[in-house]
Design a protein. Structure first.
Length: 95
């Protein structure tokens, strides 16, 4: 089990505030995670390429190909408050 200081340090890094009961529980749970990581380190992974997903992921999005955009006057015709050829937006802090 991880000691209290280590649990509190990890909680601080994650910006979590834990109760005393949660600190105890997290110490035990984090220790189990670290034990599992140690077990994984025993595997021979020579020749296994790094991956970001456990299964093949293909992109379902369309190809990003350039195409003509709408004319500025057409776009600004739908704007509630066009300003100087652009969209008018409230200033930060304005009510």
């Amino acid at each position: 089990m991880l000691d209290r200081a280590a649990v509190l340090h990890v909680a601080s890094l994650a910006r979590l505030q834990l109760t005393d009961e949660e600190v105890e529980r997290m110490g035990s749970e984090l220790a189990k995670v670290l034990d599992y990581v140690d077990k994984l380190r025993e595997l021979d992974l020579d020749g296994v390429p790094p991956t970001s997903h456990v299964v093949e992921v293909t992109d379902a999005l369309r190809a990003d190909e350039p195409r003509p955009c709408l004319p500025v006057d057409v776009v600004l015709a739908a704007a509630p408050d066009p300003v100087a050829g652009g969209f008018g937006v409230p200033s930060p802090g304005a009510a």
